[in-house]
Design a protein around this ligand. Structure first.
Ligand SMILES: CC(C)(COP(=O)(O)OP(=O)(O)OC[C@H]1O[C@@H](n2cnc3c(N)ncnc32)[C@H](O)[C@@H]1OP(=O)(O)O)[C@@H](O)C(=O)NCCC(=O)NCCS
Length: 171
């Protein structure tokens, strides 16, 4: 299969925060942000694979900054790496200053999607060809994260997680 660049499947969704989407402190409710991130990431996974893509795991979420009512929120989902049937999608969340328009990174998350056929059987996806320095860094770290996710899910023996073990081994 021919490799595809992250820019070919990147998905950007901009929306505001309505009163029905906030918690008692008038900040965006975490579950609402998770849903927005899942939606953008699933579109990226579908664009990359041109298949139905299901969420297999949420590997990392950091709610670093609260997002107040009325904020303009941009969710940007990019594929970092594809394996055989799974794809790691990194989601960056930005808010926009009301007056200057300057963007501030508010949150980030990493989801894993699996491409499936019409009856839900995992199916192969094209490899990713990273272009920028950031894309290259995310590509290289993705295998470690995949192994960690599989170990935590009880789907991989920690002894087989070579990339993870290498992190803790001294030369
Ligand atoms: C995701 C799903 C298709 C995986 O099925 P499975 O039987 O584990 O399939 P496999 O073992 O062949 O794994 C498929 C791929 O997913 C990866 N994978 C499975 N669980 C994973 C996890 N927790 N973290 C990271 N990758 C995972 C495997 O490593 C494999 O990747 P690869 O082919 O690129 O090497 C299946 O669990 C499913 O359909 N889940 C429900 C998905 C869904 O409905 N999501 C919406 C939320 S409810």
């Amino acid at each position: 299969m021919e490799a595809k660049r992250p820019s070919e499947s990147r998905t950007t969704m901009t929306d505001t925060v309505l009163p029905s989407e906030t918690n008692p402190l008038n900040n965006l409710f975490g579950g609402e942000l998770l849903a927005r991130m899942d939606r953008a990431a699933s579109i990226t996974a579908r664009r990359h694979s041109r298949r139905i893509a299901v969420t297999a795991s949420v590997n990392h979420v950091a709610f670093n900054r609260s997002i107040p009512l009325g904020s303009v929120v941009t969710v940007e989902a990019s594929i970092s790496r594809a394996f055989r049937t799974s794809m790691e999608i990194v989601i960056d969340v930005w808010t926009e200053d009301r007056f200057s328009g300057e963007r501030t990174k508010a949150n980030e998350a990493i989801y894993t999607f699996v491409a499936v056929d019409d009856i839900g059987i995992p199916t192969e996806v094209p490899p990713v060809l990273p272009e920028t320095e950031l894309e290259q860094l995310r590509f290289e770290a993705a295998l470690r994260r995949k192994q960690l996710s599989l170990v935590l899910a009880g789907k991989m023996n920690p002894h087989d997680a070579t990339e993870l073990k290498a992190l803790f081994q001294e030369d």
